[in-house]
Unconditional design. Sequence first.
Length: 231
Amino acid sequence: MAVPATPPDRAGLVVIQPLKRKHCTECRRGPMPMLVLEGGAPRCLVCADLGHLVLLPRGDTALTRRSREESTLSAVVVRFNRRKSRYERQGVLVEEDALARAEERCLADAEARRRRRARDARRRAAQDVRFSEAFAAEIQRLFPGCPAERARAIAGHASARGSGRVGRSAAGRALSEAAVTSAVVASVRHVDTPYDLLLMGGVPRYEARRRIAAGVESVLRAWREPAAEAG
């Protein structure tokens, strides 16, 4: 497909980054990194009264939009893509002061987003603390013999955000008895039995669990005893 004589002008003023060396038909300067076609003749930006504009490369949509809003005069910069047989945007030319104002607006938005993220983080942290406390309370309801400090440690470990552990599951969030018990069992297995040592020694997981099952049940039974007495 032949290269069109002019690029599309739907965006208003259009400036071209030429593929070939071009000289301005008015001042004869060149080769020009950018040019404007006037009546089919290439002119440099100075002769086209656009020499005071600065190039903002494509890539930042918000900054581009705001720069054009702030700039009294602007132009779209395009370059012809031979492989695709079409002009493609490379950026915009805007007034330097307008670009500075647009950057300030974007920075203000970035600061607002940072503050919002900080607020959201504090809110999530408070939610996590409340949930961990509720999880620990449920542990002590089901296992009243479990030391309070241990219950808090189990709850904090099981409910850590992003961990994928049982406390973050739907059942865990609902404080179901099965989920809470599962978290307690996992803690006892790793803390109160030689389970980890067996795994490090090459014992298969299911065999290691079989060997320490009695020890796990002994701890659980001891932690349940006060509840049985109270009943």
